[in-house]
Design a protein around this ligand. Structure first.
Ligand SMILES: *[C@@H]1O[C@H](CO)[C@@H](O)[C@H](O)[C@H]1NC(C)=O
Ligand SMILES: *[C@@H]1O[C@H](CO)[C@@H](O)[C@H](O)[C@H]1NC(C)=O
Ligand SMILES: *[C@@H]1O[C@H](CO)[C@@H](O)[C@H](O)[C@H]1NC(C)=O
Ligand SMILES: *[C@@H]1O[C@H](CO)[C@@H](O)[C@H](O)[C@H]1NC(C)=O
Ligand SMILES: *[C@@H]1O[C@H](CO)[C@@H](O)[C@H](O)[C@H]1NC(C)=O
Ligand SMILES: *[C@@H]1O[C@H](CO)[C@@H](O)[C@H](O)[C@H]1NC(C)=O
Length: 423
């Protein structure tokens, strides 16, 4: 394990302390500030250790994690690539195909698989590895996890060895045949611990640079080589104590349309309203980036560079962007679940408190799986979980204020009119 002090610590305060310790470790263990890397070559000065994708079992709070349960065949040095890390459960695994084909680099997916969902998950993985593009087998590593109260049963062999890497490809995968209401998770009324999944996917990544994304967001092609060229040319953003993350704007397109391959295609779709900014109809200000009207007009570019640099303040005070980051940036609070919403706000707020710059890239973006979201399905059913998440967010804001001092420019979310002490 590379970060033993982080992996068993869901509470935000402990995360804070672990982060400080980790930053100390990193800063004392290597020179992250080397500049003058020759143009076009991948940079190498990351203070990182290689990670061999060994299978292991971890008890993590109230969950059991099977790390590297089905590992990718291709190995990467920690300074060699960017790992796309994503949370999910087996229902979303169809997205792996467009994702791996566009990313063409390491992908680390953590799948929530309680009870008998575990077996549907394994079947889905076997299907993807054996019946579709060989890129899945080469590049995608699957981690599984479940609640200690919902250990999978109905088997003859130990769970750690039960995966069989074969599939009858004349059969459809479970993610195409199973209905949501047949899932163990649904029948047992379990909530989705999305931040456990985010943390597991990130911590098990083979590389120091990671791109924590969602499984339904498709990135522009060539992002990894373009990003390495960018990093080689802009060493100032990659120093030992740099506080930057690299934002990719997100858009949605109408169902049935082709993913735009470049910014000029995307601009045409925005002009004729077949594409819109992500969550425009759900939470506009969560994804409003600085100078966004200008970003879309700036189409005559090749490669990757900085478009603008902003803070998570002012108009961006509840900004919840997707960005490329490193292993030194904070994790996500594991008490927040998907149903209660706001689960990504904890990390973005944390970065504001640490005075991070959000570097918006000029020529890379994400497109959500085609089909625009109309309303928040979460709102309809989960008001109790929302209430709980809001209380946790309030607590985190209070705690980080105690730890880092009062920064009135940073807000964890807009659900609170003012900072309140925890109940
Ligand atoms: C990664 O680091 C190793 C050892 O520190 C070095 O030999 C290698 O050239 C680096 N690779 C890249 C792509 O920078
Ligand atoms: C799940 O929730 C439904 C509706 O609230 C309830 O009828 C059912 O008993 C619950 N099932 C379990 C296993 O808790
Ligand atoms: C953008 O992609 C389209 C194909 O989807 C291509 O026809 C066009 O030339 C590309 N434009 C630029 C500027 O690369
Ligand atoms: C909108 O623009 C895109 C990209 O040029 C094109 O493929 C699509 O057919 C257009 N749709 C409409 C409704 O005009
Ligand atoms: C962007 O381009 C459109 C035309 O495509 C124009 O109407 C708009 O004013 C431009 N916006 C900015 C901020 O330059
Ligand atoms: C932070 O500052 C604001 C404005 O100055 C103040 O209203 C608030 O009470 C302060 N909070 C704490 C925890 O000190």
């Amino acid at each position: 394990m590379r970060h033993p002090r982080i992996t068993c610590t869901p509470l935000p305060i402990i995360l804070c302390l672990s982060l400080v310790f980790l930053v100390y470790l990193l800063s004392s263990s290597g020179d992250g500030s080397k500049c003058g890397v020759p143009q076009g070559t991948p940079m190498g000065p990351f203070p990182c250790k290689d990670n061999d994708l060994e299978k292991s079992v971890e008890f993590r709070g109230r969950f059991v994690v099977f790390r590297n349960y089905v590992p990718a065949e291709k190995r990467f040095r920690c300074n060699e690539s960017v790992t796309l890390t994503a949370p999910g459960d087996y229902r979303f695994l169809d997205n792996i195909l467009p994702l791996v084909e566009r990313w063409k680099g390491p992908i680390s997916v953590a799948l929530y698989s309680p009870g008998y969902d575990f077996f549907s998950t394994l079947q889905s993985i076997a299907y993807l590895r054996n019946c579709r593009t060989p890129l899945v087998r080469q590049l995608v590593t699957f981690h599984l996890f479940f609640d200690t109260d919902h250990v999978p049963t109905q088997h003859d062999e130990p769970l750690v060895d039960i995966y069989e890497d074969t599939y009858d490809c004349s059969q459809k995968p479970p993610y195409e045949t199973m209905q949501d209401d047949e899932m163990y998770k649904t029948r047992m009324n379990l909530t989705y611990p999305i931040n456990v999944a985010r943390n597991v996917a990130k911590l098990t990544a083979q590389t120091y640079l990671v791109f924590p994304s969602d499984i339904e967001l498709y990135p522009t092609r060539n992002l990894i080589p373009d990003f390495f060229k960018f990093a080689a040319q802009r060493g100032e953003f990659f120093r030992k104590n740099s506080r930057n993350v690299f934002v990719l704007p997100v858009f949605e397109i109408l169902a049935g349309l082709k993913i735009p391959e470049n910014k000029s295609d995307l601009k045409k779709m925005i002009d004729n309203q077949t594409a819109i900014a992500f969550h425009q109809t759900v939470c506009r200000s969560c994804h409003r980036m600085p100078r966004e009207e200008e970003w879309i007009n700036d189409t005559n570019k090749n490669g990757l560079d900085v478009f603008t640099i902003g803070k998570r303040q002012g108009k961006q005070v509840i900004w919840e962007p997707f960005f490329i980051e490193t292993q030194k940036e904070p994790l996500w609070d594991e008490r927040l679940n998907w149903e209660g919403q706001g689960n990504k706000m904890c990390q973005a707020y944390y970065l504001c408190m640490l005075d991070y710059d959000f570097v918006v890239l000029d020529n890379a973006f994400l497109i959500h799986k085609p089909g625009v979201k109309k309303k928040k399905v979460q709102n309809l059913k989960h008001s109790e979980e929302q209430h709980k998440n809001n209380q946790i967010l309030r607590d985190i804001q209070y705690q980080l204020t105690e730890i880092y001092g009062n920064n009135t420019k940073c807000k964890i979310h807009n659900v609170f009119k003012k900072l309140q002490t925890p109940a």
